[in-house]
Each structure stands twice: as structure tokens, then as C-alpha cells.
Write a protein that binds this ligand. Structure first.
Ligand code: RAM
Length: 933
């Protein structure tokens, strides 16, 4: 064969091969495309649970997302079965049948009754807008937890640590942490092992020496007299044939801790305890249960010598007990435990949101050595909440002292005064020379700087000696915001860090001083912003349960939940969390169950408002417009707005939202009652606090007074423009600065925006001088501060004792940043309809917002270039969007290159201010318009 022929054959073969592979890959692509692209995805239960174990309810709701190429859902079918093999055709628990509905979120289960420990599998199928069916989705799974107290055979166990514990101020006892253990044998072939566990206190579990799960400070914080959360772990892979050991470390946590300056709330008697039930199922059909009972042993002679939330942790390595949670360990010196029954009236219930976890690790960025101090300071350059992870050389017998600080005082001095009585100091005592690696287990700190002393002084400090383990409830980011302005981006970052720092199992006011409580007012103002930045739906629904459980018999809502103050007092604007938060969670998630669950609480709170009023004018106690800047001395942190005005405004608003809730829940009569009440309160409000020209009477005309009246719509139409002018005057008098505290600040951008004063709002937002958001950034803030002037670069800390550098309330501006700077907000609950309406200003040349709505990702990305406005939008499947272009860019609008016209585009309108609006379907759009001359 000639060489030529051989070559030709080789080429031909190659050609055929390439052709074939090309065809096959096309075929494969289209097949997989069919399956992957077309079936429903992201299958979730209730507030976003993915294949949960130990699930908290037997009333699931189902949510799914449609693939992005689908415009809308016309029908769906859900099938639920006890075995995956039964799906989709033989669903034994529920088959919804094909239902004509576009509902793809929170569809309630309507099948066979589900009970504790039940496992179910589910699939969903949808038909698109043209009635074309999609293939069945993948199968999702859920397993219910122990839903009733009677599901527990186990007993509470623990050592009595009252006697040998540390007594401090007043009646405060700090219990020595304990270790508990039990050996057990496994003889048959294991199929599953499930551990159900809780604690009065906080625990870490170990099985055969290995940690169980990675939860921090579990089970978390609830009103312990009513409800204690339980956790479930699948530990099948950790159990071995033969000998096994289950063990727990146990510390006081919130349940037995000193709280609120110096108070024992739940831990007045008794000691920390654990409750556990390890349920083993074997291949031969038999079962074995390892319960916490009187066969367990415990010791307080372990290495964790001291642990307290506010004060820190002490670890003495000389007390280490190697292998204490393994079968070989000799526990003959350990003591028998005390045993007690479950408590009547305290419900044990599966945790309904994720525990705190180590979420992010941040390294030391630089090392400082202040001249006159013993320690070395590690700067993480980010104020954070969690614990340090130290890897430090030590000498045997030495004590490493670890202190924390949010900011240094001028001249680089270590500052801890704003922690007040919280000692917030950890200690590690070394039992040998060499590198130790440690982080505390049962405390947490709020810090940017870590000071170490007591390490091996012959070694030069290295940055890798200290890392920060950032801890918060285990949720993920849900949205992003950025812009062309660096300070605005820093503000966004500070807001997100404020969220991370204060979503520590419950929403706290601050994470560092001797407080860290679930303040209702702070939570109320920050909820929408938190929803934009993280998937905190379950987190809020869970805390709302604690809020309900904390409501007083007279309908009052305590200052904090769980209620550690126990003073029976209420405050307007704070207790209103009971109404405002459920409404906001519903509005941003589309989940009506949050309204159902909380409706009774809302009504009782409105009634309480009424009881605290005369002729519908409130005389309720109030923290007022907390920390308003430049307030008169006698206001005592509560601002200058009349408390009666604030109380009446919130009373009206609570009635208004309760009416809207009644409407959603289809309670027509009650809707009417609350609407009328809202109208009546508004009249009383107007008559008591506003004169005929729309000016505040009977008190100081503050920015917040006007903001409440305008935002909550409490004035007759003819007074609105007068009130608006008065508001503008107060802003002008303040040289375009805000004069608002916790309650007024979140309303300011929305009221000004509504008035067409976006430019003014930008100028307030971009102010560099006190009081403003950027002022804190100019002073080096990496989190939101409690006060507008918590810290100053030259003068250091504000000397007031109440001064946290990690308080999320003023981060409430984040809502407006997403909704108006980027321009994404819901027009219908859960973003079934989306409004994309960016408002450029403040010299911004671009902004970029993305948000994971329950239906999928919505984005609004804009830039201004050469007098042109470019907008990129993504609208998720099964929704629709209204686009409103900025009034300053009304000309020559094109959508995906096509000129905007009423024939091809839906509902094109032009508003009085010149802004163009039109509706679009799901998909990607490039929109362009040109500046008005
Ligand atoms: C402070 C808290 C909180 C605030 C209350 C009124 O102690 O830090 O932020 O809501 O007071």
C-alpha cells in the first residue's frame, strides 16, 4: 500500500471518528438536556429544608424551582411515598393528582398522617405554560424527628455541679463543665443509628472518640420554661460492631448562664443536663436503644475548667483525659449521674432552623506590639463573632491568656471597656513544651483584635498563630449588592458582617458585651435587610415561635425574646416586632404559614396597644427613637419624638398589617374590623399630633415624627404635602443630615424616595460627617455600630458605657440599597411579581444587585455610560416583572435591541415624572435608554 493511501485511510478513519463522536455528544447533550433542563429542581420543605433529618413538623409544605428556560407553570403534581421505589406511580402517602395551578412554593401536604420518625420520599412534576409535561423531578427525602415528649424514654442526666462550682456576684453560679459517658455493645448487623439529643445547657457529642456533627452551642436558645429544642443526627457510620462509647461535654450555655448583666434566669436551681436517645435498627428487624439514664457516668475533672458565654473559657491541658469517649477508657473514677424525668409543660421539640456552626475562617492580617503592654496583638482587620483558633508555641505549665477587642483605643492601646462586665477572656494552660492548637467550645466573643500573652517568648509571633472562626446560624448568602462607590460597598460589607455577628441562634442586639439578647426592636427594623442578604426564613420563623411563647397573658410582648428580663414591660416599636416581622417574612418569602402561626399573637398585641391607649391615643411605654443623634439631655437615649406619637403610630401600623394578614388568611370580617381600627387610630393620631398645616403639635417636630406619619399613612391627604415640607425643613436645618434613631432611620429612604426626593436621600446617604453611615466608615468601621458616633479615629471610643461596635439596627438601610439602588423588590408576596426599578444617584455610575427569590435568581445590573443607561435584568421562571426606568433616562428605550413599542411590549406606560414602565416575562433582558436633554 502506498504511503499516500495509508494516510488517506487514516484521515478518513479519523474523520468518521470525529463525526461519530460529534453526533453522539449532540445526542447525549440533548438527552441529558431533556432530563436536567426540564424537571423541577431545588426541592425544599417548609422554610427551605433540604432532605432534612429530625424534621420539625408533620405538616410539610413543598417548594420547587422551574428550570430557567420555562416561562410559567400551568399545572403540577406531587407524589409522596414511604419507600422511594413506590414513586412516582404507587405513592402510598399522597398523590395530589394533576392540579391546575401556578403555585410552586409552599404547597401544603394533604396526605396520610405523618408521625415521629416517619421517613418520606417525594417527587414533583410540572406542566409548562403550553401544558407540556416535564419529567418527574429527582426524589427528595425527609425524616421526622421526635415530635412529642412521649417519644422520649430517656431521662435528663448530669452531675450536680452546684456544690463545687464558682460563685460570683450576687446569686450567680458558674457551673464547672462536665463530661458524661456510657459504653454499649452492638452485636447484630446495623442498618441505621439515629441519635436524638438535647441539653439544659450546651453540649458537644462524641461517639467512639469522634465528634458528632459540627454544631456550635447546641441545642440553642429558646424560652426554656416552654420549649427546649432537640437535634437529630444520623450516626450510622460512627457505630461499630462490638464495643462503643457515647459521650458528651456539657456546659452552662444560656440555660444555666449568667445573663443580662447578672441574672440567673432558668438556672436558679439544678445543674446542666443532657438528654439523649440513640436508636439502633438491625438487619434482623430488632432494635436497641441507648438512653441517657442512671447507667451513665460523669466527671468535672476534664480539661474545660471554666466556660461562660460572657466571660470566656479556661482549658487546662493537664486535665486532659485521652480517649475518654472510647470503649478502652477506664472511667472507674467517674461518678454516677443524677437522673430526672422530663418536665411537665416543657415541650421537647425538633429545632426548626439550623444550629450555629463555624462558617468562615479569617486569618490575621497584621501583628502589632504595643510598647507598654505585655501582649502581642493580632489584627484580623474585620470585626467578627466567634472564637479564635490559636496555634501557638508554649512552655509547659505556662498560661496563655487570650483577650479580645473590637477596636483599639488611640495609640494602639487594647480596649475592652465596652464589653462591660463580660470578661471575654480565654486561657489555655499547657501540659508540655511545644505548639498547642486550640479553640474554645462553649463561649463566643465579638472582636477584631486578639491579644496573646503567656506564649513561648523565645519565638517570634507569626500571623498563623491566630485565626478567627466566624460563627453564626448555618444559613447561606441569598443576595449580593455592589456599586461603583467603594464606601457604599464597604457599607454593604458592614451590613453583612452585622448580620453574621448577630444571628447567633437568635437575633441579638450585640454579640460582645454582657447582653447579647434578642431585642425585639432591633430585630423588627433589620428583618427585610436580613432577608435580602441571607436565607434566614427558617431562622426568623423559629424566633417568632420564641416570641409567641414569650408573649404575656395581656398580649404584651417583652423587650427581648427569649424573655430574660421577666419584668412584664413593653415598648412601642419594639413589641411591634410581633406584627411587623411575620408580615415581612410573608412578604419576602410568600409563605402564608408564618401568618397563620402568628396571627393570634398579632391580634393580642394590637389589643394590648388598645389597652395601653385612651381614645386610641397611646400612652404605652417606649424606648422611643432610640439613640437619636443630638437629642436633648433629658431624653435619656430615647430621642425627642413624643412617645405617645410613636406609640399611636405603631398602634395604627400594627392594626393595618393585621388587617392585611386577615385578608391573606381570608378572614373577611376581621379584615374589616382591623381596617376600621386603623382608620380610627389614624384619625386620633392626626388630631392629637398634627396641626392643620401638617406640622407636628404637642411636642417637637422631629424627622422621625414626620417619617412615621408619612410612611404609615396616618394623615389626611390635604396634610401630606405640608408634612412633607416640614420634614424637608428638618433635614435642611440639619445640613442634609439625618437626625433619626433606631425607629426613624429605616423609614427615611422610603419616605424621601416616595416624595421624589431620591437626590436628597443620596446626599444623606453619602454624607461623610456625623451623623451618617459613611462617617463610621471613615472611622474604620467594618461592622455596623450601635451609635452613629460609637468611635472616632482621633478620640477613640464614645465613653458611654453602652457602646457596641456590632449592632445591626442601622444596617436597615440595606433594604433600600437592594430595592432602589440596585432596584429589586417584590410587587407581590414572595416575588411572584417583581419590580425592577433602579434609582441612580449620588454620582454612582453602576450598581449590581442579585437576589435569590423563592422562584429563582432575580438580577438588576445597571451602568451609566456616555449619557446612556444600560440595564441587564434576569427574571426567574414562573414570575413576571415590571420594569421602571429612571425618569432621567426616558428616551430611545430598547429591549434586547428592539425599540420599545406598545405592540410588542406589555403595558408600556409613562408616569408624570417621565419614567417609562413596561412588563416582561421570565428571561434575560438587555435594556438601554438615553438621558433626557
Ligand atoms: C439596648 C440594646 C438594644 C436596644 C435597647 C433599647 O440595651 O442594645 O439595641 O434595643 O437597649
Amino acid at each position: 500500500m502506498s504511503i499516500y493511501l495509508v494516510n488517506t485511510i487514516v484521515y478518513l478513519k479519523r474523520f468518521i471518528f470525529i463525526l461519530l463522536t460529534f453526533k453522539i455528544s449532540i445526542l447525549l447533550q440533548s438527552c441529558s438536556g431533556l432530563d436536567n433542563r426540564s424537571s423541577a429542581k431545588t426541592l425544599r420543605l417548609n422554610e427551605g429544608f433540604e432532605n432534612p433529618i429530625g424534621f420539625y413538623t408533620n405538616q410539610p409544605t413543598f417548594s420547587w424551582k422551574l428550570p430557567s428556560e420555562i416561562v410559567a407553570q400551568r399545572s403540577y403534581q406531587i407524589v409522596v411515598a414511604s419507600e422511594p421505589e413506590l414513586l412516582p406511580d404507587h405513592a402510598d402517602l399522597w398523590d395530589s393528582g394533576k392540579l391546575d395551578s401556578d403555585q410552586s412554593i409552599f404547597v401544603p401536604y394533604a396526605g396520610e398522617k405523618l408521625s415521629s420518625r416517619d421517613v418520606f420520599f417525594w417527587q414533583v412534576k410540572f406542566w409548562d405554560e403550553k401544558d407540556v409535561p416535564a419529567p418527574w423531578s429527582e426524589t427528595a427525602k425527609a425524616e421526622l424527628g421526635l415530635l412529642k415528649n412521649s417519644d422520649w424514654d430517656a431521662k435528663w442526666i448530669g452531675l450536680n455541679t452546684r456544690a463545687d462550682s464558682i460563685k460570683t456576684a450576687k446569686t450567680i453560679i458558674i457551673h464547672t463543665p462536665q463530661h458524661l459517658r456510657k459504653d454499649f455493645e452492638v452485636k447484630a448487623e446495623l442498618v441505621t443509628a439515629k441519635l436524638y439529643v438535647s441539653a439544659k445547657g450546651v453540649f458537644k457529642g462524641f461517639l467512639n472518640g469522634k465528634p458528632i456533627g459540627n454544631d456550635v452551642m447546641a441545642p440553642g436558645w429558646t424560652p426554656y420554661k416552654k420549649r427546649i429544642e432537640t437535634l437529630a443526627y444520623d450516626v450510622t457510620d460512627m457505630v461499630q460492631n462490638g464495643s462503643n462509647t457515647l459521650g458528651f461535654q456539657l456546659s452552662s450555655g444560656w440555660h444555666f448562664g449568667r445573663l443580662l448583666w447578672n441574672k440567673m434566669v432558668w438556672g436558679k436551681t439544678g445543674s446542666p443536663k443532657v438528654l439523649c436517645q440513640l436508636e439502633l435498627s438491625f438487619a434482623d428487624g430488632t432494635k436497641q436503644v441507648v438512653n441517657s439514664d442512671n447507667s451513665w457516668k460523669g466527671t468535672t475533672e476534664g480539661p474545660i475548667r471554666f466556660a461562660e458565654i460572657y466571660d470566656g473559657e479556661t482549658y487546662n491541658a493537664n486535665y486532659e483525659m485521652p480517649g475518654w469517649a472510647t470503649p478502652d477508657y477506664d472511667s472507674s473514677q467517674w461518678k454516677g449521674v443524677n437522673v430526672s424525668d422530663l418536665d411537665e409543660g416543657i415541650s421537647l421539640h425538633p429545632k426548626r432552623h439550623s444550629s450555629v456552626k463555624n462558617k468562615v475562617t479569617i486569618p490575621t492580617k497584621s501583628i502589632l506590639r504595643p510598647k507598654d503592654e505585655a501582649g502581642v496583638i493580632f489584627d484580623l482587620e474585620q470585626n467578627m463573632v466567634g472564637v479564635p483558633l490559636v496555634k501557638v508555641p508554649m512552655k509547659k505549665g505556662d498560661t496563655l491568656r487570650i483577650r479580645f477587642s473590637e477596636m483599639l483605643a488611640p495609640e494602639g492601646l487594647f480596649y475592652t471597656d465596652n464589653y462591660r462586665s463580660a470578661k471575654s477572656t480565654d486561657y489555655y494552660i499547657a501540659n508540655k513544651d511545644g505548639l498547642i492548637e486550640w479553640s474554645p467550645s462553649f463561649t463566643f466573643h465579638g472582636f477584631r483584635y486578639v491579644e496573646l500573652s503567656g506564649f513561648d517568648a523565645s519565638q517570634a509571633p507569626q500571623k498563623n498563630w491566630v485565626n478567627g472562626l466566624v460563627q453564626f446560624s448555618d444559613f447561606e448568602s441569598n443576595g449580593t449588592f455592589s456599586s461603583s462607590d467603594e464606601k457604599l460597598n464597604q457599607l454593604q460589607s458592614n451590613i453583612v458582617w452585622g448580620l453574621r455577628g448577630n444571628f447567633f441562634d437568635i437575633p441579638t442586639d450585640c454579640p460582645q458585651r454582657d447582653e447579647r439578647l434578642g431585642w425585639t426592636g432591633d430585630a423588627q427594623v433589620f428583618t427585610p435587610t436580613s432577608m435580602y442578604n441571607a436565607n434566614v426564613h427558617a431562622f426568623w420563623s423559629s424566633w417568632l415561635q420564641s416570641l409567641r411563647e414569650s408573649q404575656f397573658e395581656n398580649g404584651g410582648i417583652p423587650f427581648v425574646a427569649p424573655d430574660v428580663l421577666e419584668n412584664g414591660k413593653v415598648s412601642s416599636g419594639w413589641g411591634d416586632a410581633a406584627v411587623i416581622i411575620p408580615w415581612n417574612i410573608y412578604w419576602y418569602s410568600g409563605d402564608t404559614s408564618v401568618l397563620k402561626e402568628n396571627y393570634a399573637m398579632m391580634k393580642a398585641w394590637v389589643q394590648h396597644h388598645k389597652d395601653e391607649s385612651t381614645d386610641l391615643v397611646s400612652h404605652m411605654n417606649s424606648f422611643g427613637d432610640w439613640l437619636q443623634p443630638y437629642q436633648s439631655k433629658k431624653s435619656n437615649k430615647r430621642g425627642d419624638t413624643s412617645k405617645s406619637l410613636i406609640g399611636t403610630a405603631f398602634f395604627a401600623h400594627a392594626a393595618y398589617l393585621t388587617a392585611k394578614t386577615a385578608e391573606v388568611l381570608n378572614k373577611k370580617e376581621e379584615q374589616q374590623i382591623y381596617e376600621t381600627l386603623y382608620q380610627d387610630i389614624s384619625k386620633a393620631f392626626d388630631a392629637s399630633f398634627f396641626d392643620e398645616t401638617g406640622k407636628v403639635k404637642n411636642g417637637k417636630g422631629t424627622q422621625t415624627g414626620y417619617l412615621l406619619a408619612l410612611h404609615f399613612k396616618l394623615l389626611p391627604n390635604y396634610k401630606i404635602s405640608g408634612a412633607q415640607e416640614n420634614l424637608l425643613e428638618t433635614i435642611d436645618e440639619a445640613d442634609n443630615h439625618l437626625r433619626t434613631g433606631f425607629l426613624g432611620t429605616p423609614l427615611l429612604p422610603f419616605v424621601l424616595d416616595q416624595m421624589g426626593e431620591g437626590k436628597l436621600m443620596y446626599s444623606i446617604l453619602f454624607k461623610e460627617t456625623y451623623p451618617s453611615w459613611f462617617y463610621s466608615i471613615n472611622q474604620g468601621a467594618t461592622t455596623m455600630w450601635e451609635r452613629w458616633n460609637s468611635y472616632d479615629k482621633l478620640e477613640g471610643y464614645n465613653p458611654q458605657s453602652m457602646n457596641s461596635l456590632n449592632h445591626y439596627a442601622y444596617g436597615a438601610i440595606g433594604q433600600w440599597m437592594y430595592e432602589r439602588i440596585a432596584g429589586i423588590k417584590p410587587l407581590a408576596a414572595g416575588y411572584k411579581k417583581i419590580h425592577i426599578a433602579p434609582l441612580p444617584g449620588g454620582g454612582l455610575t453602576s450598581a449590581d444587585g442579585a437576589y435569590d427569590t423563592p422562584y429563582g435568581r432575580a438580577t438588576s445590573v445597571w451602568k451609566i455610560q456616555d449619557d446612556k443607561f444600560y440595564l441587564q435584568v434576569n427574571v426567574p421562571s414562573n414570575t413576571s416583572a415590571l420594569i421602571t426606568l429612571p425618569s432621567s433616562f426616558p428616551n430611545n428605550v430598547t429591549v434586547n435591541g428592539e425599540v420599545l413599542n406598545t405592540e410588542h411590549h406589555k403595558n408600556v406606560t409613562k408616569a408624570v415624572d417621565g419614567s417609562i414602565s413596561f412588563e416582561i416575562f421570565p428571561g434575560h433582558y438587555s435594556i438601554k435608554s438615553i438621558k433626557s436633554k
